[in-house]
Design a protein around this ligand. Structure first.
Ligand SMILES: [Fe+2]
Length: 290
């Protein structure tokens, strides 16, 4: 392990009151990659994966976007924790992406560098049975089930790569907080307006039993059309369901609206107070589920 990596782990422990990250960081490479060691998963872990998968798959129709459901079904990942190598082969053939195994959360530089090079980091460990409904750090179920299917969609996959490049750029511009809010409200908790009504495409929603239902209830939270600058000003909650969901028309809109240079946006937003998570601005209209 390198000195910079030791510093990263020490900083995380400091920020979280001494609690270390959950994964095993002993054998990381310089870019925080580990071996998945698929053969080491226990029958109990595969069984827990099947339970998580089944519960979630039953909730998808009418709630997840079609692109997600189609790609997930093609992955054939219902029977146990998937072998990343096999998925990577199929994914590379589809969109030029691969999956890399990581021990858990990794520093921004390593994360953005992977994305910018079409490598998606997926955590290797699975939650414990008592964490069936809620987990603090992302595990293999969140990372794989939530994120991997849409990497088979060419527009979305391209968007994630551009996001990685944008992250590397934001590091030099002091724009990481703003960019993280965009990631949170789109890639993790985004909704899309389909002809049949609102559907989820964000991985945080799609991998959560409770939020997948909650996020589409008209009375429980706000649904407003995505405006990138507005989204980047908005604070978010990490320990409860979202109070606001931003809605896109389609993946092309997400790609197009995030294509411009964010440099002036970061400068402008930093001069304003961030907006609370439940804000509704005077010119905004709440979208209704239709
Ligand atoms: Fe995620």
């Amino acid at each position: 392990m390198q000195n910079a990596q030791r510093d990263f782990l020490a900083t995380v422990a400091e920020k979280s009151d001494g609690a270390a990250l959950r994964g095993d960081y002993t054998d990381i490479t310089a870019d925080y990659v580990v071996q998945q060691n698929w053969a080491a998963y226990t029958p109990e872990e595969h069984a827990l994966w099947r339970k998580l998968y089944q519960r979630q798959a039953e909730l998808l129709p009418g709630r997840a976007c079609d692109e997600f459901i189609e790609s997930l079904n093609a992955l054939n990942a219902s029977e146990g924790i998937p072998d990343f190598e096999a998925t990577s082969k199929a994914l590379f053939a589809a969109t030029g992406w691969t999956i890399v195994a990581v021990p858990g959360l990794i520093p921004e530089l390593a994360f953005f560098t992977h994305l910018a090079n079409r490598r998606f980091p997926v955590t290797v460990w699975l939650r414990k049975p008592e964490e069936f409904d809620y987990i603090v750090e992302p595990d293999v179920f969140h990372d794989y089930f939530g994120h991997v299917p849409l990497l088979f969609n060419p527009i979305f996959a391209h968007h994630i790569q551009e996001y990685g490049k944008g992250g590397l750029k934001a590091m030099g511009l002091g724009g990481l907080d703003q960019l993280a809010r965009l990631y949170w409200y789109t890639i993790e908790f985004g909704l899309v307006q389909s002809p049949q009504g609102l559907r989820a495409y964000g991985a945080g929603i799609l991998s959560s039993g409770g939020e997948l239902t909650y996020c589409l209830e008209p009375s429980s939270s706000r649904h407003i059309a995505l405006d990138v600058e507005r989204c980047m000003r908005t604070l978010y909650k990490i320990d409860s369901y979202q109070e606001t969901y931003f809605v896109i028309r389609d993946f092309q809109q997400l790609f197009d609206d995030t294509a411009p240079d964010f440099t002036p946006l970061y400068a402008r937003i930093k001069q304003q107070e961030p907006l609370p998570a439940n804000t509704l601005l005077p010119n905004e209209v709440e979208l209704v589920q239709g």
